[in-house]
Each structure stands twice: as structure tokens, then as C-alpha cells.
Design a protein around this ligand. Structure first.
Ligand code: ATP
Ligand code: MG
Length: 579
């Protein structure tokens, strides 16, 4: 499974190759040490040959030191390789997510993506590190030490014939049982992160509604579930160690017994048994290592599959080969457009929309909440793709343009907008990084933001908190409009973008837009009739369909929905005026 991620190792490949090489040499040195020790005992000590003992002893020390250094080097290479691997996976995941469309994003909750980018990548990193060290070390050590042990005494080696199958079967059972449990655990972990994230983002609402206790309860609940699934998963893998140790000490016991008998009967030398026991330790250690790596692999298989899911997700909004990069004007045409969030088989949110907006026109969209106003305009910059029909901008299907061309030409001030942490100026430049100070000020004046920005002690250098917490709702909306204006778009879409702005300022913004944006197509979605009253055409949406299109005068006379909305808003004005 983890192999699927190997292409991401990139420039850290050399370290991933060096680490196993260092390990191989280290193991080679390490397995020779017990043999030398056996010789010291059986030849040097038995013959009281001090020269031999010193010579062999010196060799043993050199080998031990060299294997120590190589071990340290291997560890270093492995950490460089694995942390580089993790970095590359994260970077690629992050880039991939940037390519996701809104529809792709609807599939992965944000919190799950965060867990995948952090915990899952860390798990994979650890496994990878173990793989390039232990997965190489353990089998080589196993083979070499077995070879050595057999060469010392083949009959005594038969003991392993019993131990190894026993360990393999135990390992198989543990691994097959653990995988689904770890997957379940990660799912709960996602849920917990979602609860935390939602709570932290909405902490002001939680406090305003005094729902702290309810949220605590909710958190405790999910935290308990995480604990339980974790325990359930761990409960399977904790058997690994005791079983391995049981096998290991069982082997030791058997070998001491049989080996002792062999020495007594004169069929084996003491040094040989000492060396043999060292090899047995090495063999069993490497078996234990293999089983540990195996368990890690099982755990990380769940993580790796979650990473691969992110990587394999197909961005469902793609450019066609050789896309059009020129977009001439801001005309918009919808031709029999249908759309639903659930894809072709899901519920239709928009049905059979036909619409024509000329370049430079101001179009208003009015309609009850949930009547699919936002859905309609999202099709213009291709935030979603139509299911049926076609959307044209400047006379060409939106799918013909490169996404960059299209989205640079169509600026959309989203209904749920965000500012990023940083200064006001940085946030504005986000719309157009090459904007000069004059252009920024001009855009802010048009969006009626300049005056309040200047009233801050630091002006345009005022630092905004995360999500723009330190400006008011209406101020935030005006900054978002200014940011969109800086793109100098051919089409600007304001989705309920002045809902938190007072009516006088709202009127001023429309006035300024008209003056500054001659030639730009403007689409204004609004709840207030006043916001769209001077529009060239007003589109009345009702339950996913266009109910009527016309001017204010015309609609008042002919459209009951529009008249009703208008009258209900007039009543408020008259009452207020009378009070
Ligand atoms: N990302 C989404 N996934 C699934 N359904 C959605 C999604 N966004 C909106 N909808 C559904 O589509 C329908 C139209 O929503 P839309 O946001 O277009 O309405 P709207 O007219 O903009 O409403 P409002 O005035 O409240 O902004 C609603 O029934 C809503 O539940
Ligand atoms: Mg909306």
C-alpha cells in the first residue's frame, strides 16, 4: 500500500538508499562479533594464548565501533529520508487540494483533510522510517544469524523450526484483525477533530447561546468514542509483544537445556554455546522487529489509504486541452441549464434556466432563501459545472476557457466570504498582487471602505485577526468587495454582499460601481429591493426556476412575487417614517 506513495519521495531518494546500505554493513559486522567471541573462549582462553585473545579482542572492538557508527549513520539517513518523504507527501496533498473544485471539497470535511495532512502523514513517515531501517535489518540479520547458528550446530538449530511457524501464525491473526479496527479509529478521530474545529470556529456563537455545557457533553461523547475505538484497536496489537517474548524465552530455555546436555556429553564447546545463544538472541530480536514493523504497517495502511484517497480524488472541474485564454467581454448567457449538487442522478436544484445578460449590464437577482440564487451564479466562474445545458461568457462555453482566464475575468464576492490573517493591504492585494497603492485606495473608495480603514490608527496596515474578527460584518463585506474590484474583472458578482451594510452606504456603493465599472457586467444578489431597483434587468428566482425577468417598473405591474416582496419592504419603510 505504502508503495503507492513512493513516487513522492523525490530528491530524498538518495537517503532512502543510503540508509539500508549502512544498515546492511552494520548487520554484517554485528553478526560476526559472536563468532569472534566464541573463538576467544574456545581457542584463546582454552589454550591460554594471550596474544590471540588481544588480537581478536581488538578486532571485536573495531567491529563494534564501526557497527555503532554505521548504525548512527543509518538512523540519520533514515530520518532525513522519512521526514523529507513526509514533507513531499504533505506538499503534494496540499497542492492537490488546491485543485479541488467546490464539489470535491463537499466530499471531504475540512477536519478530515487536516487529520489526513497531519496525523496520517506522521504515521506514514514513522512506518517509512522503520521500513528502510528495520525491514532491511531484520531479514538480513535473520538470514545471516541463522546461517551462523546452523554452521555452529545444525541440530540445535532445529529449535527454531518450532518457534518460527508459531510466531508467523500469531502475527497473521493479529494483522488481519487490527486493520479494520484502526480504520474505525481514524474515522472517530476525524469526527473528534470536526467537533473541535466546529466549536472553535463557532466559539462566539457557543458563548452567545450559553451552549458551553452542551458542547462539552458533545466533545466528551466523541472523545470517549475515540478512546474506545483506540483501545479496541490497540487490544489486538498488544498481543504482539507478549507472544513474541514467549516464543523468544521458550527458545532460550530449550537451547540452554539441549545445549547444556551437548556440552556435558562433550559434543559442543562452551564458547560455541555462548556464540550460539548470541545468534539465537539476534534471530529472535529480528523476528520481533519484523513483527513490530508488521504491526506498524497495519496501522499505517489505514493512514496510507486515507492519503491515497486524497491524492486519487479526481478534480471534477478540469480544463480542456489547449484552453482559450482570451475573454473579450462580460456578456453572459444560460442555455437550458440544469444543475444539482448530487450530480446527474441527484435532486435538481436549478431547472431549465435560460438567461441573457449583455456586457456592461447591471442585473439584479431577487428570490427567497433557498431559491438557488447562489447556485445560479456559481456556474458562471465554474465553481460548479452544469449537469445539463450550457453557460456562455463572452459568447463561449465557460468550459472552453482556462480556469485562470475565466476566474480572473469573473470576480465573485461570495456570500460566505473570508479574509485571511494579515494586514488589510495584504488581504486586498490577494485580489491582485500587482495592485498599486493608488489602485487599492481607488477600489476601497468605490467599496466605501476607505473612510473606515483610515479611521484605524494603522490605516491600510491594520492587522486583521483570523477570518477578519476585528472588523464589523459590514466592514468585512466592503473589504471583500474592494478585493474583488482590484481584479478589474469583466463581470463582478455580488452575492448578498451588502446585506450587513446600511442602506445609505449600500446606495453609495452601487453609485460608485456604476461610475467606476462602466463596461463591467454587474450581478447583484440581494434581499432588499432597494439594492436592485435601478438594475437594467431584475431576475426573480423561485424554487430553482426563473419566475420572471424585467425592470423594476415592469415587474411591479406584472409579477406577484416581486410585488409582494416590494410591498412588504415598503410597509417597514412607511412605519419607520411614521414613527
Ligand atoms: N454545497 C451544497 N451541497 C448540497 N446542497 C446545497 C449546497 N449548497 C446549496 N445547496 C442547496 O441548494 C439549494 C439552493 O441553495 P442556494 O444557496 O443557491 O440558495 P440561495 O437562493 O442562494 O439562498 P440564500 O438567499 O439563503 O443565500 C438549497 O436547497 C440548498 O439546500
Ligand atoms: Mg445564497
Amino acid at each position: 500500500m505504502i508503495r503507492k506513495l513512493f513516487p513522492y519521495i523525490g530528491k530524498y531518494k538518495i537517503y532512502a538508499i543510503l540508509a539500508p546500505i549502512a544498515v546492511i554493513v552494520e548487520v554484517f559486522l554485528e553478526v560476526n562479533i559472536p563468532r569472534i567471541m566464541a573463538k576467544i573462549v574456545d581457542i584463546g582462553i582454552a589454550n591460554r594464548n594471550l596474544d590471540y585473545i588481544l588480537k581478536m579482542g581488538a578486532m571485536m572492538i573495531i567491529m563494534a565501533l564501526a557497527s555503532l557508527i554505521l548504525g548512527a549513520l543509518a538512523a540519520r539517513f533514515a530520518s532525513v529520508a522519512s521526514s523529507g518523504f513526509a514533507k513531499e507527501i504533505r506538499r503534494n496533498m496540499f497542492y492537490k487540494i488546491q485543485d479541488y473544485s467546490f464539489a470535491n471539497m463537499d466530499k471531504f470535511p475540512t477536519s478530515s483533510l487536516i487529520t489526513r495532512l497531519t496525523t496520517d502523514v506522521t504515521n506514514t513517515q514513522m512506518t517509512f522510517m522503520m521500513m528502510i531501517r528495520m525491514m532491511i535489518r531484520a531479514p538480513i540479520m535473520l538470514i545471516m544469524a541463522t546461517f551462523m547458528a546452523v554452521s555452529i550446530n545444525a541440530r540445535l538449530s532445529l529449535v527454531f523450526m518450532f518457534a518460527i511457524p508459531f510466531m508467523a501464525i500469531a502475527l497473521y491473526f493479529i494483522a488481519t484483525r487490527a486493520y479494520p479496527k484502526f480504520r474505525a479509529m481514524f474515522k472517530k478521530l476525524d469526527r473528534m477533530n470536526a467537533v473541535i474545529q466546529e466549536n472553535l470556529i463557532g466559539i462566539r456563537v457557543v458563548k452567545a447561546f450559553v451552549r458551553g455545557e452542551y458542547e462539552e457533553e458533545k466533545f466528551k461523547d466523541i472523545a470517549d468514542q475515540v478512546r474506545e475505538t483506540q483501545l479496541r484497536a490497540e487490544r489486538t496489537v498488544i498481543w504482539n509483544m507478549p507472544i513474541m517474548q514467549f516464543a523468544m524465552y521458550g527458545c532460550m530455555l530449550a537451547i540452554s537445556w539441549f545445549g547444556g546436555n551437548l556440552i556435558i556429553s562433550g559434543n559442543m564447546l562452551e564458547g560455541e554455546l555462548m556464540g550460539f545463544i548470541s545468534y539465537v538472541t539476534q534471530i529472535l530480536m529480528s523476528l520481533m522487529m519484523i513483527s513490530m514493523v508488521f504491526v506498524m504497517l497495519v496501522i499505517s495502511r489505514a493512514s496510507v489509504s486515507r492519503i491515497v484517497e486524497v491524492m486519487d480524488e479526481k478534480p471534477d472541474i478540469t480544463e480542456k486541452p489547449d484552453p482559450e485564454v482570451l475573454l473579450e467581454d462580460g456578456s453572459i448567457r444560460f442555455e437550458n441549464v440544469s444543475f444539482g449538487y448530487g450530480g446527474p442522478d441527484g435532486n435538481k436544484v436549478l431547472e431549465n434556466i435560460n438567461l441573457n445578460i449583455k456586457s456592461g449590464e447591471v442585473a439584479g437577482i431577487i428570490g427567497g432563501t433557498g431559491s438557488a440564487k447562489t447556485t445560479l451564479v456559481q456556474l458562471i466562474p465554474r465553481l460548479y459545472d452544469v449537469i445539463d445545458g450550457r453557460v456562455f461568457v463572452s459568447g463561449r462555453d465557460v468550459r472552453d476557457y482556462s480556469l485562470k482566464t475565466l476566474r480572473n475575468a469573473v470576480a465573485m464576492v461570495l456570500q460566505k466570504n473570508v479574509l485571511f490573517s494579515g494586514t488589510i493591504k495584504e488581504n486586498l492585494k490577494w485580489g491582485n498582487e500587482n495592485a498599486s497603492d493608488e489602485e487599492i485606495i481607488e477600489a476601497c473608495k468605490a467599496a466605501q471602505a476607505h473612510d473606515f480603514i483610515m479611521s484605524f490608527p494603522n490605516g491600510y496596515d491594520t492587522v486583521l485577526g483570523q477570518g477578519g474578527v476585528n472588523v464589523s460584518g459590514g466592514q468585512k463585506q466592503r473589504l471583500c468587495i474592494a478585493r474583488a474590484l482590484l481584479k478589474k474583472p469583466k463581470i463582478i458578482i455580488l452575492d448578498d454582499s451588502t446585506s450587513a451594510v446600511d442602506t445609505v452606504t449600500d446606495a453609495k456603493i452601487r453609485e460608485a460601481l456604476k461610475k467606476n465599472l462602466a463596461g463591467t457586467t454587474v450581478i447583484i444578489i440581494a434581499q432588499r429591493i432597494a439594492s436592485v431597483i435601478d438594475a437594467d434587468k431584475i431576475i426573480v428566482m423561485d424554487d430553482g426556476k426563473i419566475n420572471a425577468i424585467g425592470s423594476h417598473k415592469n415587474l411591479i405591474e406584472t409579477n406577484p412575487i416581486y410585488r409582494e416582496v416590494y410591498e412588504s419592504q415598503q410597509e417597514g419603510v412607511v412605519e419607520n417614517a411614521g414613527a
